[in-house]
Design a protein around this ligand. Structure first.
Ligand code: MBD
Ligand code: FE
Length: 311
């Protein structure tokens, strides 16, 4: 069947009616976006001769996606979240803002509410026999190189199974295991005492992996650590680093890897004195450079639904 109906008056009228384009109730922005997205979908159905069976498979897929609570996970896996970063990078460049630590995607697994400590926080609250000790530390500066006092550095990462607390299907972790927040002092320094993470994999029976299977793609990420860094006089930074040496570093299903975000991992001793679970530990120095407000405003604040818990 290679009929083409998209450009007919009937279909164009249908699109306008369905989105209530130009209507006096509802939101003009909502109407505009729905009209455009629905038009693009209708056009794709015409162009690719997408069959009724395929359309209903897609509609059903959306139900499963919602049931599984994986819409934000799929957004990461399809590169939508990366695309937003590419656009924000371009906007920064156009505004002449550069020199900060590169952003990379937040992902769907942040939990708000970690207790804020001064300078250093031990965040491995639950035992994890398969994970070795890790210190993550660095200095927060501005693009002028001066330490930033009063910055809040939040981090979160997976355990030795690649699971995040609060979202762990095994129920093995308390809410803020491997999640922390520290406030910098005058020296701008922060430090987390924690355990080495392992890379994440999408739930094998979930909607995201189902689609990835159809594309012949894997659903895994290299081991990584997420950060939010906030400071009154700077823009909020959302970033991550990868664990050097992970074989998936340049094969991340969520496309978050950036060359500047692969700090060295250095073996050290003296962990016992730091309260770590063993004397030999891995050390990652990750300095963070924040960018100034743009005309007095933080244009990097992203509003999205996020989990939260009470510490
Ligand atoms: C993760 O840990 C993650 O960071 C992203 C982006 C998607 C799924 C799991
Ligand atoms: Fe993650």
């Amino acid at each position: 069947m290679s009929v083409k109906v998209f450009d007919t008056q009937e279909v164009q009228d249908l699109l306008k009616a369905a989105s209530n384009l130009g209507g006096d109730k509802g939101s003009a922005r909502c109407q505009q976006i729905v009209h455009r997205l629905l038009s693009d979908l209708f056009k794709a159905i015409d162009d690719l001769d997408i069959t009724p069976d395929e359309v209903w498979a897609g509609v059903n897929y959306l139900n499963k996606l919602g049931q599984d609570g994986e819409a934000a996970l799929l957004a990461a896996g399809l590169g939508l979240e990366k695309y937003l970063d590419i656009r924000m990078d371009a906007a920064d460049k156009a505004a002449g803002l550069d020199g900060g630590t590169p952003r990379t995607i937040e992902g769907p697994l942040y939990v708000a509410g970690a207790p804020v400590r001064e300078g250093v926080s031990r965040i491995d609250l639950d035992a994890d026999a398969d994970a070795g000790p890790l210190v993550i530390r660095g200095t927060v500066t501005g693009t002028d190189g001066k330490p930033v006092a009063g910055a809040v550095v939040e981090c979160w990462h997976a355990n030795s199974k690649g699971f995040y607390s609060h979202f762990d299907p095994t129920g093995a972790q308390t809410d803020f295991n491997l999640r922390g927040a520290v406030r910098t002092g005058a020296d701008g320094k922060y430090e987390f005492r924690t355990l080495m993470p392992v890379g994440y994999g999408c739930p094998p029976q979930g909607a995201t992996q189902q689609l990835l299977d159809g594309l012949g793609r894997h659903g895994s990420r290299p081991a990584h650590v997420h950060f939010f860094v906030t400071s009154e006089a700077h823009r909020k930074l959302t970033t991550q680093f990868n664990i050097e040496g992970d074989p998936l570093i340049w094969d991340d299903f969520a496309y978050a890897t950036r060359e500047e975000l692969i700090p060295h991992v250095v073996g050290k001793t003296g962990g016992t004195a730091l309260g770590m679970k063993a004397d030999a530990y891995q050390d990652i120095e990750f300095d963070i450079v924040l960018t100034p407000l743009l005309e007095g405003k933080d244009n990097q604040i992203v509003h999205r639904l996020r989990a939260s818990a009470a510490a």
